[in-house]
Design a protein around this ligand. Structure first.
Ligand code: NZQ
Ligand code: ZN
Length: 387
């Protein structure tokens, strides 16, 4: 196991009614806030009214930024930066799913930065002294509630790129599973897929001797496999929503990466190209790419790891690593499909016109992946195998 420092930074307020503990957390960091949300789901579930009531009761000044879209746009980031500067805001409260949270992180970084916030996504700028942010999560998927990452889309250049900094970890996150009761089947399934994909990204590294991390990862995967299908039938099942919500957070808060090379991440890189061009839901794109990536990178040297996953998570009994590995990959694909996710480009109505372009764009900053280093031709081959 490698040396590591583990620091989570975010205070988690988990459970029903925990929003009532939020205002002291805000006031510890700021008093003039940007209240940011998406297309209106927080109004439908009564959360908007509750938040406004709490802010007013504590004389906290706020300005609103609404309409943040899934696959959040750089234009929303620019709008948020302007609002923060104009009203001299010193704290951002993000209420929604990963898209709202990510947009707010980019705004937080953009306020003190003199250039265009897209520079962060192009690695032309580093985050310095961002505004502090707090979150109220309404969709379990990304882990954005406890990490320093943000993924932003540029609608002009059809690019979707990530930025990251430990400084962007939220100071607090309210995780109340009841807020996720209204998430529809599609976004629930996409969320479960995204959580599993994060675990796969961190699980599949070429090193040995990371038993703790592997067992944690396998336990979280089993949690998704157990509760995911239950949620599709029982959206108001608190136990299932709570377990999936906490799994989402633990999958990408640094815990599984500590002591390891921090993940493969080729699948996410490839999926971002699908989202950038076709505006597909992130989890749905991952359901297509992840099994195709697994089939492509599997070889004699790494079959043991795929076989370990197959045996420990999917209960595959095969003693031959390569055939056990293949059965495990088939089980992943079958599970995503059973959740109602597409597992081929065709099922998502995606044509084959941009496969070469996506290969090039995915490798803009060099080859991607760890289990196998992928160049543009490899990425195009993976996408072609997913047609
Ligand atoms: O906009 P509203 O009206 O809120 O509706 C949203 C949106 O349409 C809706 N929704 C959210 N909470 C709801 C709800 N509907 C009913 N009831 C609720 N309680 O769900 C739709 C999707 O929301 P979105 O925030 O886009 O979903 P998600 O949380 O899956 O976020 C996806 C984004 O996060 C990025 C993805 O690339 C994508 O852009 N990621 C962020 C990561 C990170 N920061 O660490 C890592 C991930 O790998 C991922 O790349
Ligand atoms: Zn993801």
């Amino acid at each position: 196991m490698r040396n590591f420092n583990f620091d989570t930074a975010t205070r988690i307020l988990f459970g029903k009614g925990k929003v009532n503990e939020m205002t002291p957390e805000i006031l510890a960091s700021g008093s003039r806030i940007l209240l940011a949300y998406g297309g209106g789901s927080i109004k439908k579930i009564g959360l908007y009214d509750k938040v406004v009531e709490l802010l007013n009761a504590n004389d906290i000044f706020f300005v609103e930024l609404s309409g943040i879209q899934p696959n959040p746009r750089i234009s929303s980031v620019r709008e948020g930066v302007e609002l923060c500067r104009k009203h001299k805001l010193d704290f951002i409260l993000a209420v929604g799913g990963g898209s709202v949270l990510d947009c707010c992180k980019a705004i937080a970084a953009g306020v003190p930065y003199q250039g265009d916030p897209w520079d962060f996504m192009m690695m032309k700028a580093t985050v310095q002294e961002p505004l502090p942010i707090g979150t109220i999560l309404t969709l379990a998927a990304t882990g954005s509630e406890m990490n320093g990452n943000a993924v932003i889309s540029n609608e002009e250049t059809l690019e979707k790129r990530a930025m990251g900094s430990q400084l962007l970890r939220p100071v607090f996150s309210v995780l109340d599973p009841t807020y996720t009761f209204t998430v529809d089947k599609w976004n629930t399934a996409a969320g479960v897929t995204d959580i599993m994909s994060h675990i796969f990204e961190l699980y599949f590294t070429p090193e040995k001797g990371t038993h703790v991390q592997d067992m944690l990862a396998e336990g979280l995967l089993k949690t998704c496999i157990h509760y995911g299908p239950i949620l599709l039938e029982q959206p108001n099942n608190y136990e299932a929503r709570a377990n999936i919500m906490w799994a989402s957070t633990l999958a990408l808060n640094g815990l599984l990466a500590a002591g390891k090379i921090p993940g493969d991440w080729a699948t996410h890189g490839i999926e971002h190209e699908l989202s950038a061009i076709y505006d597909i839901t992130h989890g749905a794109g991952l359901a297509i790419v992840h099994p195709a990536w697994m089939e492509y990178v599997l070889d004699e040297n790494n079959a043991w790891k795929f076989a370990q996953l197959a045996r420990n998570v999917w209960g595959v009994k095969d003693e031959v690593d390569m055939s056990a590995a293949r059965k495990g990959i088939a089980a992943v694909k079958q599970f995503f499909s059973s959740l109602g996710m597409p597992v081929s480009l065709k099922e998502a109505d995606i044509d084959d016109l941009h496969l070469t372009e996506m290969g090039k764009k995915a490798c803009l900053f060099g080859s991607i992946g760890l289990m196998k280093k992928l160049n543009p031709e490899d990425v195009t081959a993976i996408l072609t195998s997913a047609i």
